[in-house]
Design a protein around this ligand. Structure first.
Ligand code: NAD
Ligand code: WQD
Length: 338
């Protein structure tokens, strides 16, 4: 069985990807410092797949700890690097913390891949690298825009660091996956997104309102230049997203990849109100909401062209929105004990 190191594998996207990797026959070892996740995620993963992933509790910014762990797992054929801090607002308040965590963890990973001859890296990039796009949908060729937050900058920098590393060392192969807006949870309801404190993102806010944890959803602006005035995003089911990582690895194993970039979205934009209505329709739960001021820095509309991932990786976003909504609600009910 091919072994994959999953940095940040206890997190939201990493845990779903671990499930997908195990189901596809890969052996997974997770490196995570649990700064934004819980140890019992390992139990949940093994309840779902019947296999408990190996686990190394470590901070990817700690070079010695990384060297020790990589030397124990130097038979791995690839790394998926999820480990990062991701709260956009917090990154504006604490830029050094974000640059240190997100950049140093990647540098250590690349250095250890070189040292231990581990050839493949799949990196979690983001649609944030496109800023406010001129044309929709965005393709991988769309221009990158300077990000408005240190978090976004770390993604642009990380992409550059990986490209330069691959140019200098052709033994390293990289796939950069630009996620649009991941939502939902595993159909079992055992793993999902675990926001700490007040959620920044729309979907966990919606499910917390539905669970009665928050009084109402504040919808940030209804005066955008979009058909219904609300912001538009491309919401991608987290299980579909997870499958894309398996597809990327299989692609790298079969083909001589240097650096390849893929947008991961559904190809369809949904407005905030359309998402709210979809949640209500799928769950039967009514969501109290209020329209409030625009959130500074919000992109009015963005959605992906994922044709390249469809064609080259054979990957498609498959999960119907209704199912995604039901899974998100099932997970929230489990977490809240409803
Ligand atoms: P998450 O916070 O749920 O998962 C990240 C995991 O990495 C956590 O388990 C955390 O404990 C761990 N981690 C963070 N820093 C670490 C370090 N220095 N050493 C070891 N472990 C560390 O986040 P997520 O939503 O699963 O996101 C995964 C990746 O995808 C991140 O790189 C994020 O920037 C990127 N991404 C996320 C979204 C999104 O909306 N969720 C969108 C685009 C890109
Ligand atoms: C979606 C829509 C809000 C909350 C962020 C990061 C981005 C990426 C994904 C990592 C917007 C509206 C939200 C609320 C609302 N992460 N909204 N009320 O802004 O597309 O992207 O997460 O890379 O980098 O910036 O996602 O979920 O925050 O917002 O009305 O309480 O929901 O205005 O239109 P966003 P989001």
């Amino acid at each position: 069985m091919a072994k994959i190191i999953v940095n940040g594998g206890c997190g939201y996207i990493g845990s779903h990807t671990t499930v997908a990797l195990q189901n596809a026959g890969f052996e997974v070892v997770i490196f995570d410092n649990l700064s934004n996740s819980r140890l019992d995620t390992l139990d949940k993963i093994s309840e779902i797949t019947g296999i408990r992933p190996e686990f190394e509790q470590l901070d990817c910014t700690d070079k010695q700890a990384m060297q020790d762990a990589f030397s124990r797992h130097n038979d791995a054929i690839g790394v998926i690097h999820f480990a990062a801090l991701k709260a956009v607002g917090e990154s504006v308040e604490k830029p050094i913390m974000y640059y240190r965590n997100n950049i140093l963890s990647l540098l250590n990973t690349l250095e250890m891949m070189e040292k231990f001859n581990i050839p493949n890296i799949v990196f979690s990039s983001s649609a944030t690298v496109y800023g406010i796009p001129d044309e929709l949908p965005v393709t991988e060729e769309s221009p990158l825009r300077p990000a408005t937050s240190p978090y976004g900058q770390t993604k642009i920098m990380a992409e550059t660091i990986i490209r330069d590393t691959v140019t200098a060392n052709p033994k390293i192969h990289a796939v950069l996956l630009r996620y649009f807006n991941p939502i939902g949870a595993h159909p079992s309801g055992k793993i999902g997104e675990l926001p700490i404190g007040v959620p920044n993102n729309l979907m966990p806010y919606i499910t917390q309102v539905a669970a009665g944890i928050r009084e109402r959803l504040n919808i940030f602006g209804n005066d955008y230049d979009t058909p219904d005035g609300f912001c538009i995003r491309d919401y991608i089911d987290v299980n579909d997203l997870a499958e894309a990582h398996v597809a990327a690895l299989n692609h790298m194993i079969k083909k001589d990849v240097t650096v390849e970039i893929y947008n991961l979205g559904t190809g369809h934009g949904l407005s905030v109100m359309e998402l709210v209505k979809a949640f209500e329709a799928a769950t039967g739960v009514k969501l109290p909401y209020a329209i409030t001021a625009r959130r500074p820095g919000d992109v009015p509309a963005i959605w992906a062209c994922s044709d390249l991932a469809n064609k080259q990786l054979g990957w498609y976003a498959k999960t119907p929105l209704e199912e995604t909504m039901r899974n998100a609600w099932k997970w929230q009910k489990n977490v809240s004990g409803i």
